[in-house]
Design a protein around this ligand. Structure first.
Ligand code: FE2
Length: 440
């Protein structure tokens, strides 16, 4: 064994290992999962102290070409989606190879440090020189040791509504982009949007690539491109290979239509990615009150058996000035906006930043013997606590190597002549990690 992680909780709510276990890693893979004390001492040991050991987090939807450009050349003062797109159009001409790589690498480091092991990034290809794409293709190889980065050709300004849009999409795929993106609701006409969807599926047939498009990111209940996507996915046998991001209009559809659409989506095996951080601030902007939340129907889609995931979308860019690359921040917003605070719902939601997006990427993402040794140890005891506390990722491991580590913050309150550490968990009479410990 090259590394042993002691006293880690794999399945706090039950499953095959309800009690903390020791995990041995050999040649980049999980070699053994045993009861505590069953594995021999090795040179490199990590003591998880009963903390949650989880598959790495996955960010299935982010825009690495735009990250950390907030304020350049100006701030989006209205906070609207359209001012974001216009501000980005002003920033795009000054993109350079090094500028894109430097910002994207920094944001990737933020995500990895907080437990993310796989990132799917959209890259705007509405640029005759494809500057951002070429930079990120290079970076994709350079960060392979710390994260799996997949790139999606994203036509921010449309495919039919942008000069040479189709050719730029083809060129992006020729250059080595992994996945075909789209934005049908942004085309000038409904017909153009439908044609865009058909172009994307034709390109998928030619290239064999997956599809991951922005779809119906609007409060307009008439925006109904997702049904076109689902129908083509069924007809082309693309079940399990198509992802639709945002689908915000689903929050505005009448229940009758939403019911019909969900049935088609289920047959089509389309994964839906909600992006609650962006959409809770970008949607509902034309409403007074009641003001719509604008997040897709996460709970209902999940209940219907559709694969649902959660993305970060923006990190300090023209659309969203906040964010720190934490998938647990994004998930916290999702459970609030989607009202998934039931006990079982919190655990269910955790799958939306781990196994569900991994399934959409057709990548196994399990902690089991023989699997790649990819995982994160969080400073908490279970998945619900991970969402509540958004704790430090004590260690992030990729292919058996520790690629990031974080010391948890420590708080002490000086009160009544004593100095007590505050642990942000319910005090219990049994003690252990649930009791406030006396600080020295
Ligand atoms: Fe997006």
């Amino acid at each position: 064994m090259d590394l042993v992680v002691r006293n880690a909780r794999l399945h706090p709510t039950g499953g095959t290992h309800p009690e903390p276990v020791d995990i041995g890693i050999e040649d980049g893979r999980i070699g053994a999962i045993r009861e505590r004390g069953q594995l021999p001492l090795v040179e490199t040991e990590l003591d998880a102290e009963g903390s949650l050991l989880s598959p790495p987090l996955v960010d299935p939807h982010v825009h690495m070409d735009a990250v950390l450009t907030v304020g350049e050349p100006r701030y989006n003062e209205s906070g609207t989606l359209i001012e974001g797109i216009l501000t980005w159009a002003e920033r795009k001409p000054s993109l350079t190879h090094d500028d894109v790589k430097r910002r994207a690498l920094e944001a990737i480091r933020w995500e990895v440090a907080q437990g993310t092991g796989m990132i799917r990034s959209h890259v705007d290809v509405c640029d005759p020189n494809l500057v951002a794409l070429k930079a990120l293709l290079e970076l994709r190889e350079e960060v392979r040791d710390i994260v799996e980065l997949k790139l999606i050709a994203f036509p921010q300004d449309g495919i039919l509504s942008f000069p040479d849009g189709k050719e730029l999409m083809r060129e992006a795929m020729r250059l080595g982009c992994d996945i075909i993106g789209g934005i049908p609701h942004y085309e000038w006409t409904r017909d153009d949007g439908v044609e865009e969807v058909h172009f994307i599926f034709d390109l998928a047939k030619e290239t064999g690539a997956q599809i991951d498009l922005h779809c119906d990111e609007t409060d307009d209940e008439q925006s109904r491109f997702l049904e076109v996507v689902a129908a083509r996915a069924i007809r082309d046998g693309m079940q399990g290979r198509v992802v639709a991001g945002h689908t915000s209009a689903m929050a505005s559809y009448n229940d009758n239509y939403a019911f019909k659409l969900i049935q088609i989506l289920k047959r089509a095996g389309v994964t839906i990615v909600a992006n609650p951080l962006d959409n809770i601030v970008l949607q509902g902007r034309f409403d007074t009150y009641p003001k719509r939340r604008g997040m897709t129907r996460v709970k209902e889609l999940d209940a219907a058996g559709i694969n649902v995931a959660c993305g970060h979308d923006s990190i300090m860019d023209p659309w969203y000035p906040l964010g720190r690359g934490s998938m647990l921040d994004a998930l916290s917003m999702l459970v609030h906006v989607g009202q998934m605070t039931g006990r079982a719902e919190l655990f269910r939601a955790y799958e939306m930043v781990t196994t569900n997006p991994a399934r959409a990427a057709e990548t196994p993402w399990a902690i089991e013997e023989g699997a790649p040794a990819n995982f994160a140890v969080f400073d908490c005891t279970d998945e619900a606590e991970a969402i509540r506390l958004r704790p430090a990722a004590r260690w992030v491991v990729r292919a058996g190597r520790v690629v990031a580590e974080t010391e948890p913050a420590r708080s002490v309150v000086h009160h009544g002549g004593a100095s007590d550490e505050v642990t942000f968990v319910k005090p219990t009479s049994e003690g252990g990690r649930n009791q406030q410990r006396a600080a020295t």
